[in-house]
Ligand binder design. Sequence first.
Ligand SMILES: Cc1cc2nc3c(=O)[nH]c(=O)nc-3n(C[C@H](O)[C@H](O)[C@H](O)COP(=O)(O)OP(=O)(O)OC[C@H]3O[C@@H](n4cnc5c(N)ncnc54)[C@H](O)[C@@H]3O)c2cc1C
Length: 472
Amino acid sequence: MTDIIILNRNLRLLDNAALYYGSLRSNFIVIYLYDVDYWKANGKSSRQLKFSNDCLEELDEDLKKLNSKINVFNGSFYDLGKWIETNYNYFSIHINHCTDVNYFREGFDNFKENFKNKITVYDDFGLQLNNFDRDTWSKNWNHIMNSDLLDVPKPSNNKDKLNLIRFSDFKNEISCEFSGLNNIQEGGTSKAKELLETFLDQRCKGYRIKMSSPSQSEESCSRLSPHFTYGSISIRQVYQQLNKMLPELNNKKDLYSFKKRLYWHCHFVQKLHTEPELEFYSMHRMCDDLRPEYDDEIIEKWIEGETGFPFLDACMKFLNENGWINFRMRAMIMSFASYNLWQPWQKTSPRLAELFTDYEPGIHISQVQMQSGVTGINLPRIYSISKQSMDQDPDAEWTKNLLPQLNSFDPKLIHNAELNDSYIPQIVDLKSSAKFARDQIWGIRKSIEFKNEARKVYLKHGSRRKRYTKTS
Ligand SMILES: Cc1cc2nc3c(=O)[nH]c(=O)nc-3n(C[C@H](O)[C@H](O)[C@H](O)COP(=O)(O)OP(=O)(O)OC[C@H]3O[C@@H](n4cnc5c(N)ncnc54)[C@H](O)[C@@H]3O)c2cc1C
């Protein structure tokens, strides 16, 4: 019996169920499914592929120490199924679950159905795949987080000669796609461990306050998000390390704040797992009629950071260059697109996702919907760009760094975008567009029909954990 372990987004050696259980008979092969169409699907991009390649590179080295290696299968889930049927008679497939975009899910569901008696699908992080119940969800999450970590896989004795590409060759072939991505975070388990260590040791000081500032958050946030997305470290590993060190660490309030975000991660991914249609439809379906039209030219200016509002444009330039920006700025960017520009989130969401190295569809899509006022269970919030600019970059140094043409301007003029002909024309009037948005959103929220539907949304997706409900 050959154990076939398939990798997707859980790219680590330790605490990896598919790798661990698949290795127990010591006769396993490891396959990474590289599907070019997946990397073109809703919100996916080359910066994410680059990060996942870093993770694969380190995992490949780790597996070599166990007499194994990563083999790359170039094709879809369907093609991989055919390859397995052609090459193996007696086999067992091991794969970790992954909540992802529709393209992935369809291929994965058919693959599971095709091999239903020969495949084991393991849970992913704190997600609850079956018998899901929102009332007991957080209790179960705690149980998962506190259970034992899985050990290093057993070495393999498998000697099969496979007609697949070795990861080292694949890596060389694909590296030409990554030019211009030098500032993107580096992937791999050792990078993740380093980030966790420096965060707990030092960087977390002042986390609760600094996380809102685009300049300070770069250093004071954990920066673990792409590592969670590509699984170079598990949330359980981070949770347990944090709990172990908490008694002896100062900054307890900062660390509790970080800890509840680990919970939010899974809480948000669970929403997309429970209702995959959220990729295309608003959580509160009545909201899908709000923004019937879109404008490609306006969306392009927004994504390129050419809106005429310096602080917002600086955020977009920073994100384009670095593949990351803090939560507060992500929320402001999205609020501007959905409220001021009145563009449908279904058009803007994938464009923004492509810029995030950490794109996690479950979190991204839920947050995009929250910041667009279409969930029905969160109070709509329209961010003021000038207030954020003043609060988070008072002397406008950060903005000037990204937009050096504004170096000689007084910070106040930058906050209020009062630069006349010296900067790009504003693509929208902030005051009247915000008023229009408020009227539209609150207009539909008044009806009984809306409230009844919102109650159903809450029962399906709302967090029941009072002290963790801040952004749910
Ligand atoms: C419009 C929008 C889109 C977003 N898209 C993504 C995305 O694609 N991927 C993603 O990981 N996060 C997303 N977030 C949430 C948040 O901005 C990032 O998780 C955070 O900035 C990542 O940086 P960090 O790892 O340093 O976070 P830290 O502050 O160090 O937090 C630690 C971890 O907690 C989790 N977390 C933090 N904040 C949230 C939150 N509000 N909701 C859910 N989980 C959270 C993440 O896993 C994060 O890595 C989005 C937020 C908004 C407003």
